[in-house]
Design a protein around this ligand. Structure first.
Ligand SMILES: Nc1ncnc2c1ncn2[C@@H]1O[C@H](COP(=O)(O)OP(=O)(O)OP(=O)(O)O)[C@@H](O)[C@H]1O
Ligand SMILES: [Mg+2]
Length: 239
């Protein structure tokens, strides 16, 4: 049964470490709080642990040690049966899209809103609006297998934002997009942020981090650094 303690932090990490099996440590002793209304880029080279850290936040990966709470829930103590409710308020954009192959793209986007209780007709109408916005208004009834990778990515973004989540965890959401589309989608994330969503956006895209002045969480050599300064500053370790 879910029970929350009141918390101003949306995400709280206390001395969190991760090591897969007997492999080398991915990160160690990461402590950081993300507050309601924050917007962070999560950066770091390939293999630094960005996806792993996001997975820990939605309980797809269990940290090796440390305490993680999201929305005030102690993530480790959530049962499998709690997860749908816990994730109801999290918008997830996966690096590999994960669309449902046997649903049209409009239904892929409408589904989470419908599951959350909206009428099917209303969910589809809002899904159409969002798909128009991401430039896929002419593909509503297509199935994922006929879309390019960038188009799939745009569908997965529409799907994540359709339920106006309290927390958006976006893993390389613009990885398959050209700069024009990436900037357009950043405008969508900013709009969502303005409406109150807390955003953590993992990215390799230097154009985004250069052009949008949000603070950065950077994973490097197993340590989380925060507020990396522009012009080559080093930032400070988040411990
Ligand atoms: N399920 C797993 N089992 C074992 N090792 C894993 C697993 N998932 C990731 N790793 C390893 O953990 C490290 C961090 O991977 P992760 O995918 O979190 O990095 P990333 O920063 O998201 O990289 P990229 O920018 O390429 O997406 C890598 O060395 C990776 O090989
Ligand atoms: Mg990744």
């Amino acid at each position: 049964m879910l029970s929350a303690t009141p918390a101003k932090e949306i995400v709280s990490l206390e001395r969190v470490g991760l090591q897969y099996n007997d492999d080398k440590t991915v990160f160690q002793n990461v402590s950081y709080n993300v507050f309601m209304g924050d917007f962070y880029f999560l950066t770091g080279h390939s293999g630094a642990g960005k996806t792993s850290l996001l997975k820990i936040l939605y309980k797809s990966v269990r940290p090796t040690y440390g305490r993680v709470s999201v929305f005030g829930y102690d993530v480790d103590s959530l049962d499998r049966s709690d997860l749908p409710v816990f994730r109801q308020h999290i918008g997830l954009i996966f690096q590999d899209c994960r669309l449902i192959e046997n649903l049209s793209i409009v239904d892929n986007v409408a589904l989470s809103m419908h599951i959350a209780g909206s009428l099917y007709k209303r969910s589809r109408a809002y899904a159409k609006e969002l798909l128009d916005w991401v430039g896929l208004g002419d593909k509503l009834n297509s199935f994922p297998d006929v879309l390019s990778d960038g188009q799939k990515q745009r569908v997965s973004i529409a799907r994540a934002v359709v339920k106006r989540p309290a927390l958006l965890l976006a893993d390389e959401p613009t990885g398959n997009l050209d700069d024009d589309n990436a900037f357009r989608l950043m405008a969508l994330f900013e709009e969502l942020h303005r409406m109150g969503t807390t955003v953590i956006l993992a990215t390799h895209n230097n154009q985004l981090t250069k052009n949008f002045e949000y603070p950065q969480l950077m994973l490097k050599n197993g340590t989380l650094f925060v507020n990396i300064q522009k012009e080559g500053g080093k930032g400070r370790a988040a411990v």
